[in-house]
Design a protein around this ligand. Structure first.
Ligand code: F6R
Length: 584
């Protein structure tokens, strides 16, 4: 949520920051702004997406700049509310990601001496720094952050200093180093084309950046020695390549991301499987799509490993803390590893002595570092707001873990490697065209219903998320058996109903439930290994056994993408949503 970048070095900082913001746009795209330093601080702010801005080359050159792409929380989408925000004298510029919870009290106090220009919570920060600037830049920043409450990342520039200062408290910040050039950003792809050498800031840490880097612990003021890490992502992985949008590129990357995810070390999988077998109570937690993966995991563990694992959506997890002991295990699933609701659930659990296992895609993320063991999803950067390749990779790892917990790791690996190769075969232009034809038929629908049973019930809910966020068509996923308990009332002539069929014991029942909708006039789309008379449109999927949620999700992702294109929606930037949700 919101992207931050800063640069100091001998290249043109203005261009580097504009370019970095374009790469961070998936974190927020309401408005953007930069502050560059050429003696004094100059601001450039615009409403809308930075990718639509073509004037980067004409902007004034500088050796130091900061930038921000916004996902609005406090204050509407206006130029005034876009970042950077400045002090009264215009010498302090701040970009911020997160929320300042006590900004109202601070603003009231500051308003007697300071003139505010925006409605944002952020603007209190430059004014707080200005209050104490006579103590020196570093001290003034420290004093300011000692007054603010909340989860955030802040980057500050001062017209009278050659340093940038950044603070992390709950929202990500990573430093990039390329000899004398220094970068700081909310996410690595912002500077990946310049360097792979990074240092991660932890919570309650501050970094002072000029030709050197100085890290401090904000709790006791001590200096910290940071480890330099070389990351193994490739800059081209974070680009669209030959594809028109990131989301279709990422859908196609599933040709090899599933196999990569399954390629975990046996020793580690077995170790965690043993922990699950020993634990008194295991909780899955995650949000949105990752939450649906957890629910698929619930079914898989029950079916394959005979184990009941509880799922609680992360924002509700704190309500379950009364059941936690030091024998409980938490399995947290998150692409970004930065989702605030997930991190809060983890904090609550850790306070009760719960062991944290995670599935995470972003190396060095807060979740990875807060975990006792983290499985890396290894899908490479996922830039489109809607999760696709990471979802199937997460389902694959959870399935593998369930098999390992049942003492059948080899069988699980074999199943998933077969599934990976089946997905590889599915992702061909002919298959895409067949799904596209369906998108043309149903693109003007107001509602789409998706039915599933067993493993495919949570998948139906995930399918609904994908269709809604990409095409803005209202979609809802139901357990097939629930239709007759209410949702059938919604079915009219030609209502599109997608039925997700797996080749398992639920096969016949889901067909009966689908028949109930067909009898009320629904237009039935079957996603199934076998055709059936009741389908008006059949999308064939391979028989993947217990991995059927993976193969069934592929046509849904392609359908959601083509619905978005046909309806004129931008499939990379879902309206009102952000990739990394770092606010509660
Ligand atoms: C939907 C989607 C979101 C995320 C959710 C959690 O396509 O991507 O629902 O799954 O915001 O994000 P992470 O996985 O980063 O914790």
């Amino acid at each position: 949520m919101c992207g931050i970048i800063g640069y100091i070095g001998n290249k043109n900082a203005t261009n580097i920051v504009v370019e970095g913001l374009k790469r961070l746009e998936y974190r927020g795209y309401d408005s953007w702004g930069i502050a560059l330093k050429n003696g004094e601080i100059k601001l450039i702010k615009e409403v809308g997406k930075i990718s639509k801005f073509s004037g980067g080359q004409d902007l004034e050159k500088s050796n130091m700049a900061i930038g921000h792409t916004r996902w609005a929380t406090h204050g509407g989408v206006t130029k005034e509310n876009s970042h950077p925000h400045t002090s009264c004298d215009g010498k302090i510029a701040v970009v911020h990601n997160g929320i300042i919870e006590n900004f109202k009290e601070l603003k009231k106090e500051l308003e007697t001496n300071h003139k505010f220009k925006s409605e944002t919570d952020t603007e209190v920060i430059p004014h707080l720094i200005e209050e104490n600037i006579n103590l020196g830049f570093e001290e003034a920043v420290k004093k300011a952050v000692s007054r603010i409450k909340g989860r955030y990342a802040i980057l500050v520039m001062n017209a009278d200093s050659n340093k940038l200062i950044a603070i992390r408290r709950g929202s990500p910040l990573i430093v990039g180093i390329n000899n004398d050039e220094k970068f700081i950003a909310s996410d690595i792809p912002a500077f990946l084309n310049h360097t792979k050498e990074v240092m991660y800031l932890d919570d309650n840490e501050m970094v002072v950046i000029d030709c050197e880097l100085k890290f401090f612990n904000l709790k006791d003021g001590s200096k910290i020695n940071k480890r330099r890490i070389t990351i193994d992502w490739d800059a081209s992985q974070a680009e669209k390549g030959d594809h028109p949008y990131f989301v279709i590129k990422e859908i196609m990357e599933q040709k090899d991301t599933i196999a990569r995810a399954v390629n975990q070390k046996d020793k580690e999988i077995i170790k965690i499987a043993n922990e699950i077998n020993k634990a008194y109570g295991t909780f899955f937690t995650g949000c949105g799509t990752a939450g649906k993966v957890c629910r698929i995991g619930e079914y898989i563990f029950s079916k394959v490993a005979n184990k009941h694992i509880n799922f609680t959506v992360s924002s509700e997890f704190p309500n379950y803390q009364h059941f936690l002991t030091n024998k409980t295990l938490m399995i947290a699933i998150s692409q970004s590893g930065e989702t605030a609701d997930v991190m809060e659930a983890v904090e609550v659990a850790k306070k009760k002595g719960v062991k944290i296992i995670s599935l995470v895609n972003v190396m060095g993320s807060s979740l990875q570092r807060a975990s006792d063991h983290a499985f890396m999803i290894n899908a490479g950067p996922e830039k489109a707001v809607a999760s696709t390749k990471v979802t199937t990779a997460q389902i694959a790892i959870i399935t593998l873990l369930a098999y390992a917990t049942a003492g059948k790791l080899k069988e699980g690996k074999q199943l998933l490697m077969n599934t990976a190769s089946q997905v590889n075969d599915m992702l061909n232009p002919r298959y895409e065209q067949h799904v596209m034809k369906l998108a043309e038929k149903i693109k003007d629908s107001n509602n789409i219903y998706i039915l599933g049973r067993s493993l495919n019930y949570p998948l139906a809910q995930e399918a609904a998320i994908k269709i809604m966020e990409l095409s803005y068509i209202h979609a809802q996923g139901f357990a097939g058996g629930e239709m007759k308990h209410g949702p059938l009332a919604l079915i009219e002539k030609n209502s599109p109903v997608i039925t997700l069929v797996g080749n398992d014991e639920s096969k016949e029942e889901i067909i009966s439930n689908t028949m109930e909708a067909k009898s009320r006039g629904a237009y039935i789309i079957g996603i199934s290994p076998e055709n059936n008379d009741i389908f008006n449109y059949w999308i064939k999927v391979p028989d993947a056994g217990n991995a059927s949620p993976i193969v069934n999700l592929i046509p849904i992702q392609i359908l959601a993408y083509h619905l978005a294109i046909l309806r004129g929606c931008d499939p990379d930037y879902c309206r009102n949503l952000s990739k990394s949700v770092t606010v509660k």
